[in-house]
Write a protein that binds this ligand. Structure first.
Ligand SMILES: Cc1ncc(COP(=O)(O)O)c(C=O)c1O
Length: 372
């Protein structure tokens, strides 16, 4: 199996060490070890035995993860090295060449690329409006049939922050049930809904052939721990994923699981702080885009730490972002690497230094050649 290039990650990798501010990361403000551990807990970490851990993952972590789901127990949760490992493992253990997969697009690259590399037949569920990334669930339902093996989606959506309603989620589940298809629901940004947005139930709570994937990277700002999880009531799916891993990482590293478990104790408090920051940054972005409406048009998000902005300069978004990086040392992701219109920019709303990045972007826009 040959994996294709990963344009989003390649973009980040090429910019590594070259930017001072990011206006595009999808995570919330990163926490440090001392934000998570008090003195006593730092001692516990210092004395933590570093022998092999358990195959299923740290019990305390799985318990606190399971509490996020209405119908799950700790044994319905498997801990992995980030949501990325969950995606790869799930696709490898459940899909075969020729399987029909209905998948939202644009979507975080590996969700589609892994299924494609396995040789699946990919049927894309595209937005009704490619610039705002609004999705119509009735078109997804029309794409499904008796051959559908798997339905894949991500809400709150990366990069647009668009959502669907709970009724729409239920109609996707009913369609999956009708065709006996699995659902893979990427819920990395769940719990970061804006105040007026609905919060969807996790797919694994409403369907027993659904997998929910989430983790601590985005919502808690702990991407460096590389902790994510697969949550499902389906024991066959869990068993396949667990046994595949005997050939890869075997289990997830113990110190990071311990740190994630400690952070989960302060879960509500961290999320409240992160939601507040997102709302604050979104207000700044709205004002900024109004001030620069000659060049920028914000398509407001409903949930999550990201939004898309349409830029109408004489540059493509790739050129725009490259110049911004070279001239102002600010990181922005162009639509092209997300598989959307290259007039769009992905804006990350989760970071503390957002206004500093905006100031640099302002300087950059002021240097634009005047429109004819
Ligand atoms: C929608 C989505 N799913 C999964 C991931 C992978 O997350 P992790 O860093 O936990 O592997 C990302 C990372 O950007 C993402 O945006």
């Amino acid at each position: 199996m040959e994996l294709p290039a990963f344009p989003l990650v390649q973009w980040f990798a090429a910019a590594e060490g070259r930017f001072e501010f990011s206006l595009s990361h999808s995570d919330c403000e990163p926490l440090s070890v001392s934000d998570i551990l008090g003195d006593a807990e730092q001692k516990t970490l210092a004395n933590l035995p570093l022998g092999y851990g358990t195959f299923a993952g740290l019990e305390e972590l799985r318990q606190s993860v399971a509490r996020q789901y209405a119908t799950l127990k700790q044994d319905d949760v498997l801990i992995f090295g980030g949501a990325s490992e969950v995606i790869y493992t799930f696709m490898r253990t459940n899909l075969n060449p020729g399987d029909e997969v209905v998948i939202q697009a644009p979507i975080f690259n590996s969700l589609k690329a892994t299924a494609q590399a396995i040789g699946c037949q990919i049927i894309e569920w595209r937005p009704t409006n490619e610039l705002t990334c609004e999705f119509d669930v009735s078109t997804l339902i029309d794409l499904c049939n008796e051959q559908t093996k798997l339905i894949v989606f991500n809400f709150p959506h990366n990069p647009s922050g668009q959502m669907i309603s709970e009724d729409e989620l239920i109609s996707i589940v009913e369609t999956a049930q009708k065709y006996d298809a699995m659902i893979f629901s990427d819920e990395q940004f769940r719990l970061l809904e804006l105040p007026e947005s609905p919060r969807l139930p996790p797919a694994c709570d409403v369907y027993d052939k659904a997998v929910s994937v989430a983790g601590v990277s985005k919502t808690l700002g702990l991407g460096g721990l590389r902790i994510g999880w697969l949550a499902t009531r389906n024991r066959d799916l869990l068993k396949r994923a667990r046994e595949y891993r005997y050939y890869t990482t075997e289990m997830t590293n113990t110190p990071c699981q311990m740190l994630a478990a400690q952070a989960m104790k302060h879960h509500d408090e961290i999320l409240t702080r992160n939601r507040k920051r997102i709302i604050h940054n979104l207000k700044q972005l709205q004002a900024f885009c109004l001030r620069h409406k000659q060049y920028l048009d914000l398509h407001p998000p409903q949930a999550g730490p990201m939004a898309v902005v349409e830029q109408t300069t004489s540059f493509t978004s790739t050129e725009f972002c490259q110049r911004l990086l070279d001239e102002q040392r600010v990181m922005l992701v162009p639509g092209e690497v997300m598989g959307i219109s290259n007039r769009l920019l992905r804006i990350g709303l989760g970071r503390d230094d957002f206004s500093k990045g905006l100031n640099r972007l302002e300087t950059f826009l002021q240097s634009m050649p005047a429109a004819n």
